[in-house]
Design a protein around this ligand. Structure first.
Ligand code: 16G
Ligand code: MG
Length: 530
């Protein structure tokens, strides 16, 4: 490491005065013009992480479902997972360092405490469609180079594509974009090759983001095996009145799909294509959402159908579903009582769900917002390879393994998962929707002076501070039939989030409003200003 050079590079990317970036649920996000220093420093961090682990790391410049004027960074481990939580504190320290001198001191400390070997770390870089990407990718590359590392510019990709590439690269597997399509498409083709179900056209709202171009490429690769019509492919604003987050939170038809036919099969991606929700218009005109909870249930049914045909040489593989407190209570009840599967509940954020899913042979994790995937334990994969020659069911599971992104939730591979599961059961959206009825729910945001005054425990289901908040929530919940509510500080926005569900929409709305009032009364005025 050449300290003089490092200092000079750090000076080129000064942190804007008063800007206090913090690693949130999934990385840094802010108004794009503020982020040059943050992204540069993430380049430094990931070059160091590559040296520490002796493998390539990744960095995606994206702000996911945020407005186009924002941007951000997501950081990728050599495994393809998100940055190890033990390094989030380093990310925070580097991003928040006041000037080049402080930054260099933190780098020295990092090298010493983490025992980083000297050398050249490889960092794979990608970005979404935001206009600010070009400059920010340059900043990331400069950060990697300032530590003597090697940036590999992978260009425009979905976030899950870069996670997949980093994982494959470190496993010495082919890892180009076209190999990605090849692998997930091959798995899908295998799973549907003998399906008799009539194919249905899927209309996909691409949020005017990177998913449009990439889903088109995937559909071309599947030459006629997947019929998709793409909407919001770039003609409108990114995530503006469209996209998975909009559809899931607002329960409204996205731009360009207001006139979709009753019963037509529709789906929405978010801006970086790591979230997926399905929806349809009911005969009464309302939108019926088929969210991440339902995708998890459908994946479990697909897996159960296959496992039922697998003759075991040993104990049957353990299958479990991981959710967060946002999972609709009706879905959790269905999983426990009908599917009789083990469930786990974790805090919000893929890193938490992912870790819990690794405890099963086949771990299905999905957030209600549509982010999730299915993980296979390495020992099971080995067993399946041995059984694969003689058993069709083992071949099916291996096809599923190839089709579903093992690194992180992926909307493109999620579409293939849903379509394969529906086709194999000869199901339409109604069959899927009729598995259970969601309890009505409501989400609200409360603006407070300092959202960190709200702290939680038990996978965010219980508020620990401010004092008295949880007992007030309990009281309100007691007054609502089948009521449940919780609050948590957002990790991506400067707000406290409120979730409530109950037997009727009116009761859920009332409960959410009462809880929001409790937050306002107990938390709004305390703590430090942001
Ligand atoms: C990020 C997370 C997502 C989580 C959301 C919560 C990843 C890759 N993404 O988008 O999982 O649901 O944040 O946002 O972890 P919030 O903290 O603002 O509610
Ligand atoms: Mg996203």
């Amino acid at each position: 490491m050449d300290l003089a050079q490092l200092m000079e590079a750090c000076n080129q990317y000064a942190k804007p005065a008063g800007f206090r970036p913090a690693y949130g649920t999934a990385g840094f996000r802010a108004e794009a013009s503020l982020l040059h220093s943050t992204v540069f420093r993430c380049g430094l961090l990931m070059a160091a992480r590559a040296l520490k682990t002796g493998a390539a790391t990744g960095l995606v410049v994206t702000a996911s479902h945020n407005p186009v004027t924002d941007n951000g960074v997501k950081l990728v481990e050599p495994t393809g997972y998100m940055l190890d939580q033990s390094w989030e504190a380093w990310a925070d320290k580097l991003a928040d360092a006041e000037d080049a001198e402080a930054l260099c001191a933190i780098i020295r400390d990092l090298y010493q405490k983490e025992d980083i070997p000297y050398g050249s770390g490889v960092v794979m870089l990608a970005h979404d469609t935001r206009p600010s990407a070009e400059e920010l990718i340059k900043a990331a590359g400069s950060g990697v180079k300032a530590l003597g590392g090697l940036p590999i510019v992978c260009g425009l990709l979905t976030t899950p594509q870069l996670h997949w590439m980093v994982r494959h690269c470190n496993n010495s597997l082919k890892h180009t974009e076209s190999c990605y399509y090849e692998e997930i498409a091959t798995g899908f083709s295998h799973l549907v090759h003998s399906c008799k179900a009539k194919r249905q056209v899927l209309t996909v709202d691409c949020a005017n983001g990177v998913g449009a171009e990439k889903l088109k490429a995937l559909a071309e690769r599947l030459s006629g095996k997947l019929d998709v019509t793409l909407r919001s492919t770039g003609e409108g604003g990114l995530n503006d009145g469209c996209g998975a987050d909009y559809v899931q939170k607002e329960r409204r038809f996205p731009a360009g799909m207001e006139d979709c036919q009753n019963g037509a099969r529709c789906a929405s991606l978010d801006g970086d294509a790591d979230r997926l929700v399905y929806f349809q218009r009911l005969p009464g005109g309302q939108l019926q959402l088929l969210d991440g909870d339902r995708i998890a249930v459908l994946a479990a049914l697909l897996i159960r159908d296959i496992l039922d045909r697998l003759s075991h040489d040993a104990a049957s593989p353990s299958v479990g579903i991981v959710q967060t407190a946002y999972a609709n209570g009706a879905s959790s009840q269905y999983i426990r009582e009908q599917l009789r599967l083990e469930t786990a509940v974790t805090a919000t954020g893929v890193k938490h769900l992912h870790a819990a899913a690794e405890r099963f042979d086949i771990g299905i994790y999905f957030e209600a917002n549509g982010h999730g995937t299915v993980l296979f334990r390495p020992a099971l994969i080995e067993r399946l390879h041995k059984l694969g020659d003689s058993q069709e069911a083992a071949k099916d599971l291996l096809a599923l393994l190839g089709m579903v992104n093992q690194a992180v939730g992926d909307a493109l591979s999620g579409i293939l998962l849903v379509e394969a599961a529906l086709r194999r059961r000869q199901w339409g959206l109604n069959d899927w929707a009729q598995l259970y009825t969601d309890l009505p729910s409501r989400q609200l945001k409360v603006k407070v002076k300092d959202r960190s005054v709200v702290t939680t425990a038990d996978a965010e289901t219980r508020a620990v501070t401010p004092e008295g908040l949880q007992s007030r929530i309990n009281e309100s919940v007691r007054g609502a039939p089948s009521g449940r509510a919780f609050v948590r500080p957002s990790g991506t926005e400067d707000v406290v989030r409120v979730y409530a569900e109950a037997q009727t929409q009116q009761a859920a709305d009332k409960l959410a409003q009462q809880v929001a009032r409790h937050v306002h009364e107990l938390a709004a005025g305390i703590g430090a200003a942001p």
